[in-house]
Design a binder for this molecule. Structure first.
Ligand code: NAP
Length: 505
């Protein structure tokens, strides 16, 4: 389709469209997880009441709805892993369990009136830009038309199943960590876990005392950062309830600790902060694992924080239990009765857990997204997803992503990331509402420059220091925001207007 829109080029063009009333603009938020709930609350707060939230599942919560494996918790401190405007004095632990986080999102959605606006079982299959607006088609045949689309579709939501011969022939129960089968009895059973990411490490710590035997199939060893997880006492919760300023103070301390101790230094492999983190992980391994042979098997051959750093208070204890076994021999195939490793040994199992991670290049796909002049997102992203400032894509006007490609990821709060991104998105929306333009999208030149600078900076990050991880693209280059978190905050504070193309409708 050929666009008939007039390019304004700069905000001060004389051919401006009229300003729009708040109610006149229609929004669609795709996804009712952490980011979608945030988007709805912030739109409402800004006076935009004409919006719909479509959710493919039958319950809100995103990641926290889908991941229910034993031991699931967030490794970002609870008082920081919540919305800045909805702090929670009731958190039970420094790092709260997944079910509590899910309950928090349900509670916030209810209190802010978001839950009643969510339309469930509404998977968007196609989203096409036609005549200056987005037409959305849903799996049930219904449709909607909106001026703006907020893609709050999540990052880690398509399970990656391992391509291991014979997986289907396994006679026991086998399931992915993000599709936990709670009908399966684990007590007294021989359980195998494939993978050593954050999910597997939490599962092992939670299951080892329940099962008869636990076999952990490790392809790559992981650095483990020790993490105490004390419960908050009633007295502490009382203090939080009666003096919310103590929560604000705690949040600011945690934020400072994350930024100064970690996220500002990911871009500098030689920083003393990353060296300190590495040394803490080495000391944890040395002090916690007694058997020298097991210790060497658990010792990674790359720098700490190259892969996502794993926080655990119980993994080393768990893997040293008499009923736990670390298998480092590669997997040859899966048999009816268990996992056969390359040394010919058969590890007999009743249950097999695939903690093998996610397909991280999907983002809002498989939804078919068609932008200006018939531009297909699948074609634009054929070599991997990208977005200008991690928010938007040229030729896809008025479509903004939360926690989209090139966003900061790592051991910090994605809630803070989404809040910063939404304040930026509201400034883009305001351009249209005020009548400065009808459509806003980054220019192709700005996208090209941003991507070149991003790639350049990515080479100097810790993620590029000699390990494989889901942070890397198909060519082996880190995809996440490669600069400091302070720079992310600065960029999100105010759009670089010269990088945007503004079109009349
Ligand atoms: P992951 O970090 O991608 O780990 C997947 C694991 O499976 C890796 O150890 C990988 O080995 C292994 N694996 C994959 N395919 C395999 C195969 N064919 N054979 C043998 N091993 C195989 O996935 P995840 O643990 O689910 O975590 C994903 C992300 O979710 C985390 O990085 C984090 O961002 C988030 N998460 C966060 C928390 C939290 O507390 N906040 C908890 C869980 C998850 P290799 O290392 O050799 O590739």
């Amino acid at each position: 389709m050929v666009s008939t829109n007039t390019r304004l080029g700069i905000p001060s063009s004389p051919h401006l469209p009229p300003s729009r009333s708040l109610a006149d603009l229609r929004f669609v938020i795709i996804g009712a997880g952490m980011s979608g709930i945030l988007g709805a609350i912030k739109l409402e707060e800004a006076g935009f009441a004409n919006f719909a939230i479509y959710e493919k599942a039958d319950r809100l919560g995103g990641t926290w709805r889908e991941n229910t494996y034993p031991g699931i918790a967030c490794d970002v401190p609870s008082h920081f892993y919540c919305y800045s405007f909805a702090v929670n004095p009731e958190w039970s632990h420094r790092f709260s369990p997944g079910a509590e986080i899910q309950a928090y999102f349900e509670d916030v959605a209810r209190r802010y009136g978001v839950d009643s606006r969510i339309q469930y079982r509404k998977e968007i299959t196609r989203c096409e830009f036609q005549n200056g607006r987005w037409k959305l088609e849903m799996v049930d045949g219904s449709s909607d038309i909106a001026d703006f689309v907020i893609a709050a579709t999540g990052v880690l939501h398509h399970p990656a199943y391992p391509d291991i011969e014979g997986l289907d022939s396994f006679a026991g129960a086998a399931f992915h960590s993000a599709r936990w089968n709670h009908q399966v009895r684990l007590a007294g059973e021989r359980v195998g876990v494939i993978g050593t990411g954050s999910s597997a490490i939490q599962i092992v710590g939670a299951l080892v005392d329940e099962v008869a035997e636990l076999s952990l199939f490790q392809r790559t060893a992981q650095w483990i950062m020790p993490m105490g997880n004390p419960a908050y006492s009633e007295a502490e919760k009382d203090e939080f309830r009666s003096h919310p300023e103590t929560i604000a103070q705690l949040r600011s301390e945690i934020s400072h600790m994350f930024t100064e101790g970690f996220s500002n230094h990911l871009a500098d492999v030689n920083s003393p902060q990353l060296a300190a983190i590495h040394n803490a992980c080495v000391a944890n391994l040395e002090n916690s694992v007694k058997d020298p042979e097991l210790r060497e098997k658990l010792r990674p051959n790359y720098r700490a924080a190259c892969k996502r750093l794993i926080m655990s208070e119980n993994f080393y204890d768990a893997i040293q239990r008499p009923n736990a076994k670390l298998v480092t021999e590669g997997i040859e195939r899966i048999e009816k009765s268990g996992v056969q490793t390359r040394d010919g040994k058969l590890h007999e199992l009743d249950v097999l857990v695939l903690a093998t991670g996610f397909r991280v290049d999907r983002f809002m796909r498989p939804m078919g997204v068609v932008g200006r002049n018939g531009t297909m997102l699948d074609e634009v992203w054929k070599d991997g997803p990208f977005a200008y400032m991690a928010i938007s894509i040229p030729d896809f006007p008025n479509l903004f992503m939360l926690n989209g490609p090139n966003s900061p990821v790592g051991n910090f709060s994605l809630i803070e990331v989404a809040e910063l991104q939404f304040s930026y998105i509201l400034q883009l929306i305001e351009r249209v509402r005020s009548g400065a333009c009808g459509e806003v999208s980054p220019s192709a030149d700005a996208m090209k420059r941003f991507d070149a600078e991003r790639r350049d900076a990515a080479r100097a990050t810790i993620w590029n220091s000699g390990c494989k991880s889901w942070y890397l693209d198909a060519a082996g280059l880190p995809t996440a925001w490669p600069w400091t978190f302070d720079r992310f905050r600065e960029e999100m504070a105010r759009p670089r207007w010269g990088d945007y193309e503004l079109y009349a409708r």
